[in-house]
Write a protein that binds this ligand. Structure first.
Ligand SMILES: [Fe+2]
Length: 189
């Protein structure tokens, strides 16, 4: 864990902050889904480290304000595999490595790296994928301003069943009271 933490702390600061926000969101979603303590612990760690593979990506690419080239996209798309390898090679739980590996899969099978679909994507990866997208939508990026919570909710709905697990989207949107405090936090950052 010591070495894993060292790698984490060496991540570029925006990536690290993103991981922390995704962890908080993911655990909130997992709690609502009724995950038990062990599952929540797994989810929390996997979310915190989901982008650890970005340690291998030049921060200039991660923060590039202009459109990425095809080659740059290819490099970024390696980060789930690199992250899973780092996690496993530094002695982390292999199940968490598997969750990290699958966090960019889409529910309809059009994600990466494998194109896994539906329930063949581990549940914690499906939760992290939504928390990850929500955080991206609700944060300012070098090339665009943050969406409002209402716009983010619409985007989640638009991606339900294609990018996102529809059951989890339904849960989030049917209980605004549970996401409201989180969404509110973004308004002030
Ligand atoms: Fe990622």
């Amino acid at each position: 864990m010591q070495n894993l933490l060292k790698v984490y702390l060496n991540l570029e600061s925006e990536t690290r902050k993103h991981c922390e926000r995704v962890r908080i969101l993911a655990v909130q979603i997992g709690t609502r889904l009724g995950l038990n303590q062990r599952e929540l612990q797994h989810l929390s760690l996997a979310a915190q480290f989901h982008d650890v593979g970005k340690i291998a990506v030049d921060p200039a690419i991660l923060n590039q304000p202009t459109r990425l080239t095809a080659r740059q996209k290819e490099i970024i798309r390696l980060h789930p595999q690199i992250g899973a390898e780092i996690w496993a090679s530094l002695g982390g739980d292999p199940e968490i490595a598997f969750t990290i590996l699958n966090h960019h899969e889409h529910f309809n099978g059009r994600g990466y790296p494998f194109g896994r679909a539906g329930r063949s994507i581990p549940l914690p990866s499906r939760i992290i994928a939504i928390a990850d997208a929500l955080d991206a939508m609700l944060s300012n990026r070098p090339y665009r301003k943050a969406m409002s919570p209402a716009q983010a909710a619409m985007a989640l709905l638009a991606g339900s069943g294609s990018q996102f697990d529809p059951r989890i989207v339904r849960l989030i949107l049917s209980r605004p009271s549970f996401t409201a405090p989180v969404l509110q936090a973004y308004i002030h950052t």
